[in-house]
Design a protein around this ligand. Structure first.
Ligand SMILES: [Zn+2]
Length: 238
């Protein structure tokens, strides 16, 4: 058991499940089953004894097993290899990766061209792909936000693209700033547009209430259909 400041970290084996426990200054116990492999983590208040924690876990085991099963039944996109000819989805279309004498990763006709100098360097290729994703999403926003601002009579003051773990987009209703998740660059423009409109509707209605969805229906009647791609597109965010 490692003790770090006021934290305890250890692993428990229960019912064939390996559980990472962290005890720290917090009020209630929290269980998380992480994708893609169903890793289980329990965060618990520092003052609980180990047997108390075991009791809590015991009671949550059925739930933990259910979550693990759910994750196992989902198909996750395998980690890309970034090898010659590998297919990558960009704006909803498949492009074969080609190493070429280019300075930065870009689309060229029907191929995704990656600088030859990066061959074999996964992290560097990934970073370079992120650059392309960011550019494409920024271009998309430049093009589409003015159209929707007019249609919805709202004003977006700032926009950005970033990696987000749990959200496809976000909207700061105080500063009128919209963020899109970098991973959206893999989806079709129809789908990205649904997320953009969703975030912009928040400028009119903060909550996901009836009014919110009736505004969505008004501006983008097929928004549900468009968002389906997010579930079929591989990575899943819940
Ligand atoms: Zn929302």
């Amino acid at each position: 058991m490692a003790t770090r400041r006021k934290e305890k970290h250890y692993t428990l084996e229960m019912d064939g499940v390996s559980i990472q426990v962290v005890q720290k200054s917090m009020r209630s116990i929290r269980f998380t089953v992480y994708p893609p492999d169903g890793r289980v983590r329990v965060a618990a208040p520092i003052h609980l004894s180990r047997s108390e924690i075991k009791d809590y876990i015991e009671r949550r085991l059925p739930w933990i097993h259910k979550q693990k099963e759910r994750l196992e039944s989902m198909d996750f996109v395998p980690e890309p290899e970034y090898s010659e000819g590998e297919l990558h989805y960009i704006l909803g279309r498949k492009y074969p990766l080609r190493f070429a004498g280019v300075r930065s990763t870009a689309l060229n006709g029907r191929s995704l061209e990656v600088p030859r100098s990066l061959r074999g360097q996964k992290t560097k290729i990934q970073r370079s792909m992120d650059g392309l994703y960011r550019t494409l999403l920024k271009e998309f926003m430049e093009r589409r936000i003015p159209v929707w601002e007019k249609a919805m009579s709202v004003r977006v003051n700032a926009r950005g693209v970033r990696k987000m773990k749990t959200l496809w987009g976000s909207c700061n209703i105080r500063t009128h700033r919209i963020w899109l998740n970098l991973e959206l660059a893999r989806m079709s423009e129809k789908c990205i547009e649904a997320i953009l409109v969703h975030e912009m509707v928040h400028l009119k209605e903060r909550l996901h209430n009836r009014r919110f969805y009736s505004l969505m229906d008004r501006y983008l009647p097929d928004w549900k259909e468009r968002e389906k791609e997010l579930k079929e597109g591989g990575i899943r965010y819940y």
